[in-house]
Design a protein around this ligand. Sequence first.
Ligand code: DX5
Ligand code: ZN
Length: 221
Amino acid sequence: MTIQIAPSLMSADFTRLADEIATVESVADLLHLDVMDGHFVPNMTIGPAVIKACRKVSKLPFDCHLMIEHPQDYIGAFLDAGADMISIHIEAEPHLQRALQMIRDGGAKAGIAINPATPAESLSTAIEFCDYVLVMTVNPGFGGQKFIEPVVPKIRQIHRMVVERGLKVAIEVDGGIDATTAPAVVSAGATVLVAGSAVFGQKDRRRAIEMIRNAVVSVKA
Ligand code: DX5
Ligand code: ZN
């Protein structure tokens, strides 16, 4: 199973985004973009305008993680901005299937993001309508937080659901992922690893990404 590394731009230097993106352009698999509204999470970051600007300087697939209320109202804006993947939080969207369909109709991959305290069972129906599940391994809102280890069995549970139903749904993990924590999530079934401080918080980004890749190279789910 190929593991994809998605550096989170949230830990980059916001005064020089184009240069920062260039440091991961040839080594990362995806670029993870964290959108926060100050309501769903107690922080604010970037929106469609900044993502649209970044789109001009990168060929990486853009993985947009919406940590916002009423995500359905903004799907069009993120599709226009150049998102290749859009995840919305299950806790924020009462009409999940409709929202996921809007993302797919717009030509992007549709993801369901799930907070650490939200049980795997809540995905039971919606998982049939998504391309990936983004499992949060910290409470969303900030970079550099400590990995919440008790989420690992939930990753395994979601992985089992995917395998048993024969679905084509990838599992992405986000929060506190580095070379130390990555093996546990990969052995539980994750194949897409978001890393903010473990990549953009480091001087040598190429080496930082390689360290994570090397840590999981022989790990099997
Ligand atoms: C947190 C964001 C993450 C964040 C991860 O709410 O969704 O993508 O940037 O940062 P690290 O890898 O430092 O935990
Ligand atoms: Zn994120």
